[in-house]
Design a protein around this ligand. Structure first.
Ligand code: SF4
Length: 337
């Protein structure tokens, strides 16, 4: 994957400095019907404008329809899950009792390995194959079991890639969930390229350091415990350490950051300007942070203000914090928070 290096000028020294590198595009998986492919049971699609018009500026898609891969025709009768929610079976919703589970799973099981290079996956909701959650499992009495499950493909995908950010397209219309998904996709990508590609203590510590404030905004305890995990590691087995870190790191990011935690994080970052800008300017920034906390201003306002001053007066350490640019600014995600 091509990476673009962002170069900035250190205004105190006039030297150019490397702030960070970002990939030109991130590869993620997408249910084929969301890409506009006519693969649904009725021969239609469920094209997603959000995926095709907005995210496609930064993501490239590997599209896949597990039902078509399994040889089901298009159009085809609708399908549903039945039986034990712990081991649901796939069948047509017609009276035909034939068990289609193996046909579907045999159709995608050899394909799962192809998704190894992806940094995330967006699935179509309500499908007995692709639905990530809340899929009904029908009982003999014709009513669904109270336990809802994942579709069969979504379940297998999650098992094969438990740390990969996977989300339903429908949930991405919620601004907080959308931001959290995109942030996790980039964090997953950064970990894979910055640490997993060449695992070393130095790379892991560098990654942890750059993600300090992202972690602080999501889960302060996780930031501390991950730091302790690295601090305690004497002559570590790097594979074990890296995997343990990655698991806890992705778990910490799994929920959107709260307004309260963002506020604390912004105030911490403001502390880096203590010696370099006049107290009145610092007070003005603090006032903007409080207005964000009160819901009067969006997150982008204090972030932009802080970045403005940090670009001039901040150290390379603080300027390179992923928190200040966790994903492309053009997505406008911090405008909605
Ligand atoms: S939801 Fe999944 S299985 Fe159904 S048409 Fe879309 S890609 Fe195919």
């Amino acid at each position: 994957m091509k990476h673009h290096t962002i170069i900035a000028t250190d205004q105190r020294t006039d030297n150019t400095i490397e702030l960070s590198t970002v990939p030109s595009k991130i590869n993620i998986g997408l249910s084929a019907c969301l890409a506009g492919h006519e693969v649904r049971y009725n021969g239609g699609h469920t094209q997603s404008r959000l995926c095709l018009d907005i995210l496609s500026q930064h993501f490239t898609y590997k599209t896949f329809c597990p039902e078509v891969a399994a040889g089901f025709s298009t159009p085809r009768p609708t399908m549903r899950l039945t039986g034990n929610p712990n081991k649901p079976k796939l069948s047509f919703t017609t009276d035909d009792p034939v068990d289609l589970t193996n046909q579907l799973t045999d159709g995608f099981k050899d394909k799962l390995a192809q998704f190894e290079s992806l940094d995330g996956y967006i699935l179509m909701k309500n499908s007995p194959s692709c639905g990530l959650s809340r899929i009904k499992v029908y009982q003999e009495n014709g009513y669904p079991h109270e336990t809802k499950v994942s579709g069969l493909f979504a379940n297998a995908l999650q098992k094969q890639y438990p740390l990969m950010p996977i989300e339903e397209e429908g949930r991405l219309h919620d601004a907080k969930l959308f931001e959290n998904f995109v942030l996790r996709v980039y964090a997953y990508h950064h970990f894979r390229t910055d640490v997993l590609a060449t695992p070393s203590m130095g790379n892991l510590i560098g990654f942890h350091s750059r993600y300090k404030y992202v972690l602080m905004a999501h889960d302060q305890n996780a930031y501390k415990s991950l730091g302790q995990l690295l601090g305690k590691a004497k002559k570590p087995d790097m594979t074990v350490l890296v995997n343990r870190y990655f698991e806890r790191f992705m778990l910490a990011l799994s929920k959107p950051a709260s307004k309260k935690n963002h506020t604390n994080t912004l105030l911490h970052i403001l502390g880096y300007l203590r010696k370099s800008i006049p107290s009145q300017a610092r007070q003005n920034i603090a006032d903007v942070i409080i207005k964000y906390n009160q819901g009067v201003l969006p997150l982008i306002t204090p972030l932009t203000l802080l970045k403005h001053y940090l670009d001039q007066y901040g150290s390379a350490y603080i300027r390179n914090q992923r928190y200040l640019a966790p994903y492309p600014e053009s997505l406008g995600l911090a405008n909605q928070l």
